[in-house]
Design a protein around this ligand. Structure first.
Ligand code: NIG
Ligand code: ZN
Length: 412
């Protein structure tokens, strides 16, 4: 299968060799080629260049991209896309004055989603999740991380991860899975959290590993959820199964989770709406990618991750959706990029780097995704005719995508 895109107004994120991650001032640079072509073969980026040095164009399908911009498909490194039902009632409760934490204390929140998921068959869960996946593919997502964490029983956690694995098999999106048994304490264990952590360590983790259902392990390290000490216990146990940490920290409070995650060589620390100077400092010169989730801040009206301060301090940053029924019922990476620019004062170059190369890093996909580089997976977004790439975050409410190519094929 061969496909040639010609007359591309501007080809973004063109890298001869690909950096694994971009940090600090490097994030300001977005290399591009104007009036370009790119040739895709067997699902891989075969070659690219400018129209003044294009070779023979016969024998394969050609797409004319006059006026259009082409960029790597989005790399969404944090999602909870597999879930059952919705929580629109809690959304209304928040409008009427309850906080996210108050709703959780009243038995809503994550445990509410867990109840729905436990009552939903694997088949039905797959059906609901598939619909969301198709939507985000059409919105330009080419690589996606999916977490468990709405099961909270061994059976239901495994069910979620099996659904995510099935999605990976049946769709051309690259999917990485994360075991998040420590997302909340189930009602039955309210007065015996340790017993739930025992269940995670002694039953859930061995079964997840046995069925090879996850690449990563996650813990919601937050007041009212799991302490730093509890997170450390789970990460220590997960290490035995070679599960790399990617953790929820500093959403509402800074309780030392960032330093602990760095100590455990986490691939990413996600949320970071509340960051102390010490949290920022401890991330410097490490292999841990900070990940901001701007649509979560938008939806919950909580602070945005201090991206400007972090990038100016020389840190890398990725941005992701956090697609889930409670804090972010949206998997739209275009909105994430726009919100990063509008609310977090990231430049379009920084936001695009954060949603491609750095997003790929936060999923362990640097070698295959996130840039226009020979030999990488042919996952591309072709925009509608637009004046410049800055127009993408600027016209934040418009769908500016004309076509999405995944594994070298146009998706419908
Ligand atoms: N904060 C923890 N977990 C999810 C939300 C969970 C929910 O409210 O259902 C998040 O990343 O925002
Ligand atoms: Zn999350």
């Amino acid at each position: 299968m061969k496909l040639l895109l010609i007359n591309i107004k501007e080809l973004l994120q063109v890298r001869e060799t690909t950096p694994t991650k971009l940090y600090g001032h490097q994030m300001k640079e977005l290399p591009t080629l104007k009036n370009a072509w790119v040739f895709l073969k067997n699902g891989i980026i075969e070659s690219f260049g400018t129209m003044d040095n294009i070779g023979p164009q016969q024998g394969f399908k050609t797409l004319d991209c006059t006026g259009k911009i082409v960029l790597p498909a989005w790399c969404d490194s944090h999602s909870h896309l597999v879930y059952a039902g919705n929580r629109e009632q809690e959304f209304v409760d928040r409008i009427n004055g309850l906080s996210y934490q108050e709703i959780a204390e009243k038995g809503g929140g994550i445990v509410n989603s867990a109840k729905k998921l436990q009552e939903t068959s694997e088949e039905e869960l797959f059906k609901q999740s598939k619909k969301r996946l198709k939507e985000v593919m059409r919105l330009g997502t080419g690589a996606l991380e999916i977490k468990s964490g709405y099961g909270l029983t061994t059976e239901a956690e495994l069910k979620m991860l099996r659904v995510a694995k099935k999605l990976a098999k049946e769709f051309p999106v690259t999917i990485k899975t994360t075991f998040l048994g420590a997302h909340a304490v189930p009602k039955e264990y309210k007065n015996n959290k340790e017993a739930y952590i025992d269940l995670i360590c002694n039953e859930m983790l061995p079964n997840v590993a046995k069925e090879k259902l996850a690449h990563f392990v996650d813990v919601f390290c937050e007041e009212g959820y799991f302490t730093v000490h509890e997170m450390e216990r789970i990460l220590t146990e997960a290490k035995k199964y070679k599960l790399v940490p990617k953790v929820h920290v500093n959403q509402f409070n800074s309780i030392g989770g960032v330093a602990a995650a760095v100590k455990y060589k986490a691939l990413s620390v996600d949320h970071l709406e509340v960051m102390t100077d010490e949290d920022l400092e401890v991330l410097k010169d490490t292999e841990t990618m900070p990940v901001a989730l701007p649509s979560c801040s938008y939806f919950l009206s909580i602070p945005y991750t201090p991206a400007r301060k972090m990038i100016d301090a020389g840190l890398p940053l990725a941005i992701a959706t956090d697609y889930n029924p409670g804090s972010t019922p949206s998997g739209n990476m275009n909105f994430v990029v726009a919100t990063a620019c509008i609310k977090m004062r990231m430049t379009p170059e920084e936001a695009i780097n954060a949603a491609t190369i750095n997003g790929a890093y936060a999923m362990g996909l640097s070698r295959t995704h996130g840039s226009i580089t020979k030999g990488k997976t042919a996952n591309l977004i072709i925009t509608k005719p637009i004046p410049s790439y800055g127009y993408l975050p600027y016209a934040f409410g418009s769908n500016l995508i004309d076509c999405v190519i995944l594994n070298g094929k146009e998706i419908k």
